[in-house]
Design a protein around this ligand. Structure first.
Ligand SMILES: [Mg+2]
Length: 326
């Protein structure tokens, strides 16, 4: 039997397979390392550069809580209360249909929150003393990098407004347990009012903060916005399309938004709504942390010191891409 020399067709097939394999490996690595992308690269870079020109004194963060500060597959505030084995069986039985999204189509929109809160008041759930354990034992974990981001914002005294359709008491407890309930954080969500009792007596505000009514944050959190009215740069974070609503009525000069797609299969709507989209339930807040780092490193104090030093040496005016030195 003679030696077989590969034909041109076979060489082409082998070569094509090698290129395809290399492409697949490259794609896999891209997926592994690039878990976020700008919705429109030029637009993103322009906005990001404009934000980086600001200082820590010019910006505020407005963020959603569930599946944004927490990972995409974490239990969310109402699920955590409605499904907890720590609470009474009667309450859970009546609450269960609200957590079954396949059968509760008749209760949608704002009425869902009213129904959920009415059941909590009817059964006196959750008792106040149980909330720390409720949160500790729930599958509710921070998104990768979220605690570090909150720490950085605290250190640089950047105000953070959490606008959530969840439950204030749960959010506060979660942040407390992770050492992130700092003075720069304000929570605009649904608070259980306990008076001197261990059972909640009412829920405020009325009407509740829901996924469908987040644009009312400007009036619901009016004290926050009045206090920080000179901050005209907004960094906005959220995982739902309606998480861009809280800033709708806020006067601002610069706004940049980062959306968390979590496990949703189609990111097109998020690409339209947010300036950049982070992929995956465990998608890191790194793009946000990088932006914040750029902002907090453009310190007015350092800039002023430079200006003084330059003027003492008969200096000159100049501006850099970070905009802080002039
Ligand atoms: Mg959310």
């Amino acid at each position: 039997m003679g030696t077989h020399y590969p034909t041109e067709v076979e060489i082409a097939i082998i070569g094509g397979s090698a290129i395809l394999a290399a492409f697949c490996i490259w794609r896999a690595r891209q997926r592994e390392f690039c878990d976020w992308s700008p919705s429109a690269p030029f637009h993103w870079e322009k906005k990001r550069a404009a934000m980086a020109d600001l200082t820590a004194n010019d910006v505020m963060v407005i963020t959603d809580f569930d599946a944004t500060i927490t990972s995409g597959d974490s239990e969310q505030c109402h699920d955590l209360v409605g499904a907890s084995q720590l609470l009474s069986a009667e309450f859970r039985k009546e609450f269960a249909p609200l957590l079954d999204w396949t059968t509760n189509a008749q209760i949608d929109g704002v009425p869902w929150w009213n129904e959920a809160h009415n059941l909590m008041l009817k059964y006196g759930m959750p008792p106040r003393p149980i909330i720390p354990r409720l949160v500790r034992e729930a599958k509710m974990v921070p998104r990768p990098g979220a605690l570090e981001l909150l720490k950085s914002l605290e250190l640089h005294d950047v105000p953070v407004l959490i606008v959530s359709a969840g439950i204030t008491d749960v959010i506060e407890e979660f942040l407390r347990q992770h050492g992130a309930l700092s003075e720069n954080v304000t929570i605009c969500s649904n608070r259980l009012n306990y008076d001197a009792d261990s059972a909640p007596k009412s829920v405020s505000p009325e009407p509740p903060i829901t996924s469908f009514t987040k644009e009312y944050a400007y009036s619901s959190a009016s004290a926050f916005f009045a206090k920080h009215k000179d901050r005209k740069g907004i960094i906005q974070l959220g995982d739902s399309l309606t998480d861009v609503d809280p800033a709708k009525k806020v006067p601002y000069t610069n706004l940049i938004s980062i959306g968390f797609l979590n496990a949703r299969p189609d990111g097109r709507k998020h690409g339209d709504a947010f300036d950049a989209v982070v992929l995956g339930n465990q998608g890191s807040v790194q793009p946000v942390a990088d932006l914040v780092e750029d902002i907090v490193s453009s310190k007015v104090g350092v800039s002023a010191a430079f200006k003084r030093a330059l003027s003492m040496t008969g200096g000159f005016r100049r501006s850099t891409s970070s905009g802080s030195l002039m």
